[in-house]
Write a protein that binds this ligand. Structure first.
Ligand SMILES: [Zn+2]
Ligand SMILES: [Zn+2]
Length: 241
């Protein structure tokens, strides 16, 4: 079948919008413009992080005697940035991104992250972005990797290139939700493998995931990348718990 031309496509998308008005992915209310992911009210209520934030872990509101969790020795990534704080609304959105095929939630937050790191001198000269990979079994079940869409959103804003397939998840780890910080670190040990060491050598890598809780997933990924010769790894997440 021949693809409809631009005018036809624009007519079709207006007709679809008329029949099925686009809804806010958070409250199901009507959105302002068909390209919007959230209605104005939900977008306004998002706990987005803006400067000033902690230069190492990206935590907001650092004036209240902030104890940085990234000063611990043994962290493999250089610094971390998140677009938002992990509150109930963000948790619901990330759940929809991962389990209800709402992939544009990933690109939405990715674009927020892109705008944030573009203005951030500490996150300079990234060679390329790498989404944290899912294990092939999980990828088959879900059909997509949510971090790919976050990465695409960052790239749309920053124009940074994306590399997929240079990092592989060798074990299908159990869910981290109910694990303590130490248990998470053990659960994530030796989970990732670099498949193309030459490509990684001396590169500054922006590693992208959905949520950063204790940072053990980022740490494990970054460990594999550094071991393969990467210069620096920046941890980039939709939200920090
Ligand atoms: Zn809404
Ligand atoms: Zn900090």
């Amino acid at each position: 079948m021949k693809l409809p031309n631009l005018r036809m496509r624009s007519f079709l998308s207006s007709a679809i919008d008329f029949l099925y008005p686009p809804c806010c992915v958070s409250c199901s209310g009507i959105v302002d413009q068909s390209a919007d992911v959230l209605c104005l009210e939900c977008a306004g209520a998002l706990p987005l992080i803006s400067a000033p934030y902690c230069p190492r872990c990206g935590a907001p509101d650092i004036e209240n005697s902030h104890l940085c969790t990234l000063v611990n020795p043994g962290r493999n990534f250089h610094l971390a940035r998140s677009a938002a704080v992990f509150d109930e609304q963000v948790q619901k959105l990330i759940h929809r991104l991962k389990y209800q095929r709402r992939r544009h939630i990933g690109t939405y937050f990715g674009e927020k992250l892109g705008k944030m790191i573009e203005k951030d001198e500490q996150v300079a000269h990234i060679s390329w972005l790498v989404p944290v990979p899912l294990h092939r079994t999980r990828l088959r079940e879900r059909g997509y990797n949510q971090s790919d869409f976050v990465t695409q959103g960052i790239s749309t804003i920053t124009k940074l290139p994306i590399q997929t397939g240079i990092l592989e998840r060798t074990r299908n780890t159990r869910s981290q939700t109910k694990l303590s910080q130490d248990e998470r670190a053990v659960n994530m040990r030796d989970v990732f493998r670099v498949t193309d060491r030459a490509a990684v050598k001396n590169q500054r890598i922006g590693l992208v995931d959905d949520v950063m809780t204790t940072g053990s997933t980022f740490d494990s990924c970054a460990g594999a990348l550094l071991e393969a010769g990467a210069e620096k790894v920046f941890a980039l997440a939709i939200a920090r718990a």
